[in-house]
Write a protein that binds this ligand. Structure first.
Ligand code: B12
Length: 212
């Protein structure tokens, strides 16, 4: 079986060591980084995303696949920079102030990364200003916020209001998500988009950036 397919198949099975080894071998054989990424890692991850959406696999499987994706991607990063594969946009992500839940946010970050976005992950418990300052410093066009607690959801509105107050609405778009959120709530607080899972987040962010 060819190496690229081995990378994709092993990623789908969450075999991080195998993905590491096959990616290493692919690099040694001078296969283009773009092909290793697109046809190996990203192709595998998109199968995982579809299966997760269809409830054929579950969260632990996705987390294992994610770990495997990193095992490959970390080796490719320097090559990708060298080959100059353009990222399609930068997204700042984080769980809002007071919120320590980060599993969902991490999944969203992984899916976005897999789709070609550069992710600046601020972790959890992120103060409102930090989202905006980081987006400006890095010229990121999108901020993605996660909240899992009804008590931390209002922090998202603070960020939206700050973006408006600083006249940045044209520069920075905001997408929100997390189990207690709804499309309605996102609209109410003035966010630009709402995403219900990682795959949906990819679609919505692309839409925000006019990439569809
Ligand atoms: C795991 C968990 C924890 C873990 C978190 C570990 C971690 N590193 O994240 C720990 C044990 C730390 C924890 C702590 C607490 N938790 Co808790 N926790 C959960 C639990 C069981 C699962 C959350 C999870 O990871 N789900 C899996 C992920 C994949 O789903 P997700 O987060 O929803 O993310 C998906 C989507 O929402 C979306 N998404 C998420 N973020 C974003 C962002 C963007 C931009 C987009 C587009 C999409 C998106 O995409 C993701 C992928 O599909 C939930 C129950 C539940 N049903 O949600 C309770 C839950 C959220 N916790 C709850 C509570 C009460 C607490 C505590 C207050 C408990 C306590 N008394 O101490 C603390 C609060 C800590 C804090 N300050 O944040 C309540 C919240 C109730 C409420 N109404 O607010 C819940 C609902 C449990 C319950 N039914 O009571 N918790």
């Amino acid at each position: 079986m060819d190496i690229i397919k081995q990378i994709s198949d092993n990623l789908q099975r969450g075999e991080d060591e195998e993905v590491y080894n096959f990616t290493r071998r692919a690099i040694e054989q001078n296969l283009p980084a773009k092909s290793i990424l697109d046809d190996g890692l990203i192709a595998g991850m998109s199968v995982v995303g579809e299966k997760f959406k269809a409830h054929e696999i579950f969260l632990p499987d996705v987390l294992l696949a994610a770990k495997a994706m990193y095992a490959g991607m970390d080796q490719l990063k320097p090559l990708m920079i060298k080959e100059g594969i353009p990222t399609i946009g930068k997204v700042v992500v984080g769980s809002v102030q007071g919120d320590l839940h980060d599993i969902g946010k991490n999944l969203v970050a992984i899916m976005l990364r897999g789709a070609g976005f550069e992710i600046i992950d601020l972790g959890n418990d992120v103060p409102p200003e930090k989202f905006i300052d980081t987006a400006l410093e890095n010229e990121a066009a999108v901020i993605g916020m996660s909240a899992l607690l009804t008590t931390t959801m209002p922090v998202m509105k603070k960020v939206v209001d700050l973006v408006k107050a600083r006249n940045l609405s044209d520069k920075v778009k905001i997408i929100v998500g997390g189990a207690p959120l709804t499309e309605d709530y996102a609209r109410q607080i003035g966010a630009d988009a709402y995403g219900f899972d990682g795959m949906n987040a990819v679609d919505k962010v692309k839409e925000l950036l006019g990439l569809h």
